[in-house]
Design a protein around this ligand. Sequence first.
Ligand code: SF4
Length: 68
Amino acid sequence: MVLDELRIAARCSYLKVTLGSRPGGNLVNLCRHIIRDGSACVGPFLDDHETQCGLWELAPPGPGSRPA
Ligand code: SF4
């Protein structure tokens, strides 16, 4: 399967990466989907590992997206 066809959590349109509340600037991956809004994304965040999340949708291309 081509990498761009994988359901990668990091490429979900509902993902929001932000700073956590702990000192030290830890990053947290939050879900903005209406069903899970504000919860942690189920991930995983490992290269080439697909998410099992049934709510996943591919994010549209943007400034931070990888070239096809
Ligand atoms: S929990 Fe599912 S819908 Fe929410 S950001 Fe993660 S992969 Fe996307």
